[in-house]
Design a binder for this molecule. Structure first.
Ligand code: ADP
Ligand code: MG
Length: 627
């Protein structure tokens, strides 16, 4: 405090000089008043005059409007009241320069009477009178709006720079000749070329030879129509690799002549998307194959439209040509009594649920009704949600059921026959022995002996087959390796197959299926099946044996042959005891095989037509293997 007071005292001669200067300033203003009045009061910029101590001694209306102070108020203002604290240093720095005679111009901020902050550009002009600086004239330009605009432009420029520098698209501008006049920096990242490497080159020279025509035509379209265009093509990278790109071209049109000046293309790398599309296509094809070859009838539908039907389905509905059914709506192949339930279940599937098999009455193309079980599964077809409908013909199953009942009856008959066989076998052996004895002694007619002998052999064959049935209580069940058993049987049959010009192929997906079984019985089944196949191909052919896991605890063995097959009438009767179409057949093979497989908890199914026969044996896998 004391120091300050001291200073003040010491400064008092200075005070005197200051007030003298103020007097000179006021004199100056007065003298020049008329000369500058108009310029001063009508100026758009805020003008104020300061004495060398920073007191405002005069201000124009623009300044009063800018700051909000009245004329009277400005007279009491001092420089430091007009600026925010953080700008005062800067303002005083410039002010002190002005006081020693230097012009200065700077940007700062000013506070209005209500505390609002404005951007201002200030010029300090020293005022001299009698060869000394007596005051400072300040001209303040409101640059708030200017600054705002500048900032906006800067932001836009920055945004543009960020956009063109960093986006993963390449922006290329080409002139009418197709030469590149601009390319965004992203071309280095995406195509490997530096900007200046491709400027002036023709854009089409980077396009894959197979796509050049397409790219050229698309460009031509843009030029001719003056409208934007889009095209996909491959473009060469510096490394020589090609990228799939999507190019969006926009013409830049001169607003006076309305001619196209340049074409700006936004080129986007779509290689990943293309790959994805190809993958989706491949997946769809796989799905299609799966459906196409499904043994069940399958329809793919969207709303009431039938988008797809497989061969089994077309056959089931009696369609000669798939188109006949694809032209129908779902409603036309369902009996009216079932429209409502079908509609309800359709909604469930579209909501993402699977509907279980239930019986529907369906209509064939000729209008005849049939009963089938129908199940719906939500799916995607050609990228849109659709319904995968499985249709199972129950007529077939009902028939199988009848057959099963039938075989039950046969079973009893078979067992009876087996019992008899056992009883007959012993006396037969004795008779055979005596017959041989008589033959060796040369009594009787030789040809009679031959006939008797061959007939006896036949009886023996029948008996031995029947006896397989008679032995169930002597069966020895144990773990059997299915594949090696099949291989074993294959070796047995091979010689006969080779003689007949038959090739046997095996397809085992999984090498280790253990079946709990009586080895000899199972062997018998496979021999019966393979023998029949060989016998069905007197001109040679092809047998395939395929083993596949079925569910988690079953195995399916398929035997397919390319033999003459069976007519529906024969197929119906196969498995009846003594039913045979062969001159020297016993008609017991299939019956016995069925019996054995059923004893193993399995089933046999047979399909046959003039192309050949397929026999499916389903067996449970031994439970020890599952744990
Ligand atoms: P068998 O072979 O002694 O005639 P099966 O019970 O083994 O007796 O066969 C019964 C009938 O079934 C055969 O006579 C034949 O008509 C028919 N069959 C069986 N398997 C086939 C096959 N793979 N191809 C054609 N027909 C077959
Ligand atoms: Mg047979």
């Amino acid at each position: 405090m004391g120091e300050r007071n001291g200073k003040r005292k010491m400064n008092s001669p200075v005070e005197a000089i200051k007030s003298e200067k103020r007097m000179l300033l006021l004199k100056y203003l007065e003298e020049n008043h008329s000369r500058y009045e108009t310029l001063f009061s009508c100026n758009e910029d805020g003008i104020f005059v300061l004495d060398i101590e920073g007191h405002v001694v005069q201000s124009n209306p623009a300044f009063q409007q800018l700051t909000g102070y009245s004329h009277a108020e400005t007279d009491k203002l001092r420089l430091q009241f007009l600026f925010p604290i953080d700008h005062i240093n800067k303002v005083f720095h410039h002010f002190s320069n002005a006081v020693v005679g230097r012009f200065s111009n700077f940007d700062t901020k000013i506070i209005t009477n209500i505390g609002q902050i404005l951007d201002l550009n200030i010029t300090f002009i020293p005022i001299s009178e009698d060869d000394q600086i007596v005051g400072v004239r300040a001209v303040g330009k409101d640059i708030t709006e200017l600054k705002r605009k500048k900032e906006e432009i800067r932001k836009i420029e920055e945004m543009q720079r960020v956009l063109t520098d960093n986006i993963l698209d390449v922006i290329v501008s080409t002139n009418l000749q197709g030469e590149i006049v601009y390319v965004s920096p992203s071309c280095e990242y995406i195509l490997g070329f530096e900007q200046n490497e491709i400027i002036k080159e023709n854009l089409l020279s980077f396009v894959h030879p197979e796509d050049v025509e397409k790219a050229y035509q698309s460009r031509k379209m843009v030029l001719d129509s003056q409208e934007s265009g889009q095209e996909c093509y491959r473009i060469r990278k510096k490394s020589g690799e090609y990228l799939w790109v999507e190019s969006l071209c926009k013409p830049i049109i001169a607003h006076d002549t309305l001619h196209v000046l340049e074409i700006v293309s936004v080129i986007r790398d779509v290689t990943e998307r293309k790959k994805g599309e190809e993958e989706a296509k491949r997946r769809e094809e796989t799905y299609r194959d799966l459906v196409e070859y499904s043994p069940d009838a399958v329809i793919i539908a969207k709303d009431s439209e039938i988008l797809f039907i497989n061969d089994t389905g077309a056959r089931l509905f009696g369609a000669e040509d798939k188109k006949d059914i694809l032209n129908k709506s779902i409603g036309e192949i369902i009996h009216p009594d079932f429209h409502e339930i079908a509609r309800e279940r359709e909604i469930m599937v579209m909501e993402g649920n699977i509907t279980e098999f239930i019986e529907y009455k369906l209509l064939r193309l000729d209008g005849t009704p049939f009963v089938a079980e129908v199940k719906g599964i939500p799916t995607f077809y050609q990228n849109t949600p659709a319904r995968h409908i499985i249709i199972r013909d129950v007529t077939e199953r009902k028939k199988t059921h009848e057959l099963l009942l039938n075989s039950e009856k046969l079973n009893v008959a078979g067992q009876l026959a087996a019992g008899i066989a056992h009883e007959v076998r012993n006396p037969l052996t004795a008779i055979k022995g005596f017959l041989q004895l008589m033959e060796s002694e040369g009594e009787g007619n030789k040809s009679y002996f031959d006939i008797i002998e061959s007939e006896m052999d036949r009886i023996e064959l029948i008996l031995s087959e029947l006896l397989v049935l008679a032995k169930p209580h002597e069966l020895k069940f144990g773990p059997i390796d299915l594949i090696s058993l099949l291989e074993n049987v294959k070796t047995l049959i091979d010689t006969q197959a080779v003689i007949n010009g038959i090739r046997i192929e095996t397809k085992y997906n999984y090498q280790n299926f253990t079946i709990n079984s009586d080895k000899n019985q199972l062997k018998q089944v496979f021999i019966n099946i393979l023998k029949n196949a060989v016998e069905a191909m007197p001109q040679g052919g092809f047998i395939s044996i395929e083993v596949k896991q079925y569910g988690c605890n079953m195995v399916k063995i398929f035997f397919k042959d390319t033999g003459f097959g069976m007519s529906p009438e024969i197929l119906k009767r196969v498995g009846e005891p003594f039913f045979t179409t062969k001159e020297d057949g016993t008609g017991l093979g299939i019956m016995i095989s069925k019996q054995i497989i059923e004893n193993h908890g399995g089933t046999i199914n047979i399909w046959s037509d003039e192309q050949g026969t397929m026999i499916e044996v389903i067996l449970p896998i031994a439970s020890e293997r599952l744990h």
